[in-house]
Design a protein around this ligand. Sequence first.
Ligand code: TTP
Ligand code: MG
Length: 386
Amino acid sequence: MIRTDLLKNESTKYSYIRGMSYRKIIHIDMDAFYASVEQLDFPELRGKAVAVGWQSDRGVLTTASYEARKFGVKSAMPVRTAMRLCPHLIVVPPRFDRYHEISSQVRTIFKRYTDLIEPLSLDEAYLDVTENKRQIELAMDVAKCIKKDIKDEVHLIASAGVSYNKFLAKMASDEDKPDGLYVIHPLQAQEYIDKLPIRRFYGVGKVTAEKFKQMGVLQGSDLKRLSLEILLSYFGKIGQYFYDIARGIDNRIVEPNQESKSIAVENTFQTDVEAKEDFERELFLIVDEIWLRYEDLGKIAKTVQLKLKFNDFKVITRSVSDAKGFYKKTKLLKAIAYLMREVVSLEKPVRLIGVQLANFLNEEEMNFIQLEFDFDKQKTTKHSSK
Ligand code: TTP
Ligand code: MG
């Protein structure tokens, strides 16, 4: 018998009462991916403190083996800092082709269980195993099988998170690393979320976390106390997402073949937008929304396009590109501000505003640019702390 008294959340309770079932989602994330591949191919590196990156003045690490992490070595750290923390660290250059190769071997294993696979990067994917090809009842057992197959055939270790939606599955895969298998059952989800520090919520960066802190929100249970109205007024449309997540609700589906060429968010208004302040407010809400989806996509776009439809149905699209891509929201906002200032004029009332991000960096470009970006960030932090 289902203990409905244990189900504190109303929507959860109704799902059971109506006989609705939950989805079974797994998030897989390889442990110390690049470093583990190096240890696999070069046995002399096994059991040692290894990091992947370029040994140069400007060199920054992509990742480090768990042996190196014990010394505080981590992703995006300048090689020089890492060597200071761990003098016996072995730094090897990346081999992206090999990481691609391993990544597709791992995906072949996923395919034995389900076709609903959504890769997020080379080492990370969501799987919907509600109806899996092997008719395995428990998602936890599917996760165990996948981990075992990866270990036996690819000789690498993966961590898995299991739950009934993407948000919780992703949180779960991080709970028990390395070699993790962590399940968040629907009955335990609320308790888990209540205790989750606000900074760990997907979509909450440094700035948002600070804003929440000022509102007295330090963990999930605090977030749940905020009304939808308050969240909407502080965060715009994303407020709805925060409201849902605090209650364990995330209906995003696992989307296979995410080889999308672009993402876009458009809004048509009930009444045309005329005043500049109103226009800007609406535009920033759209940017907030697209940024959330963009982060989820895990890609970096080189082009941003602004689309406007005026009240006479005339449509204009204007775009601007940046070779390094829009990896920071402020950078995207600057590009949009440029388009607004120099390229587009609000000649007539506006019926629709749309923002599109396109022309994604490929994996290799992304790695190079991220390294440079991380290095610059370190430099800035160092200078500003002087
Ligand atoms: P992650 O999954 O974030 O890190 P990881 O697999 O090395 O370690 P773990 O999951 O066990 O915590 O990233 C996957 C790979 O992406 C990583 O091996 C190297 C690359 N990467 C970078 O190039 N730069 C970065 O800043 C990060 C975080 C990862
Ligand atoms: Mg990983």
